[in-house]
Design a binder for this molecule. Structure first.
Ligand code: 5GP
Ligand code: MG
Length: 180
């Protein structure tokens, strides 16, 4: 494959697929009889989510939440807003939150706190990529894919200014992600 200019490959799609397969096994082991409610944090997690749930062969439900801490560039604003609420209530449910990447931890921490107010029966967190060097708030990741360096990543759902989400691999962006 010809890699796009300005991008360095970090994880080829084969490695991502193996990781997603492992996470699906771990989640299957724990949730097979619980009809879990998956709540995915949009937009970045959508490809990860689609690959993950197609490997689950037991009943589950799915909804979405939109939380925003980033502006258009690479710097986090520090404030997290819930822009879209899930329609399915988390009350009494076994909830698994699906996130593409944990960076400062602000988004995940805010989403977890927000959903806990609905009194789920249990709440766990599944994160594909962990940029733990950048953490500002502690986040307990129950199902972790891969630990990543402190670089700005794109591909497999992750964007720079809405571009690159469609790339099947995960890349490091050479340049800073500039807003247009
Ligand atoms: P946090 O609140 O943990 O700082 O950031 C979480 C969100 O920031 C992620 O869901 C993702 O949307 C965005 N983010 C963090 N690191 C990266 C990165 O390296 N690349 C991209 N494209 N988005 C990132
Ligand atoms: Mg995200």
């Amino acid at each position: 494959m010809v890699f796009p200019p300005g991008l360095q490959i970090l994880f080829p799609e084969t490695e991502i697929a193996a990781t997603v397969g492992r996470l699906a096994s771990e989640i299957s082991r724990d949730y097979r009889k619980k009809t879990p409610l998956f709540i995915a944090i949009l937009k970045g997690s959508f490809i990860f989510l689609a690959d993950l749930i197609r490997q689950l062969d037991f009943p589950m439900e799915l909804d979405f939440i939109i939380a925003c801490s980033y502006g258009k560039g690479t710097e986090t604003s520090g404030e997290v807003k819930i822009l879209h609420e899930p329609r399915i209530s988390a009350k009494g449910r076994h909830v698994v939150v699906i996130e593409d990447i944990a960076d400062t931890g602000l988004t995940t921490a805010a989403v977890v706190e927000h959903l806990k107010k609905q009194k789920p029966a249990s709440l766990k967190l599944c994160v594909l990529l962990d940029k733990r060097e950048r953490r500002l708030l502690p986040v307990k990741i129950d199902y972790l894919g891969l630990t990543v360096p402190n670089k700005f990543l794109v591909g497999y759902g992750l964007d720079c200014d809405e571009k690159y989400r469609n790339l099947p691999d995960v890349y490091v962006l050479d340049e800073k992600c500039q807003t247009q």
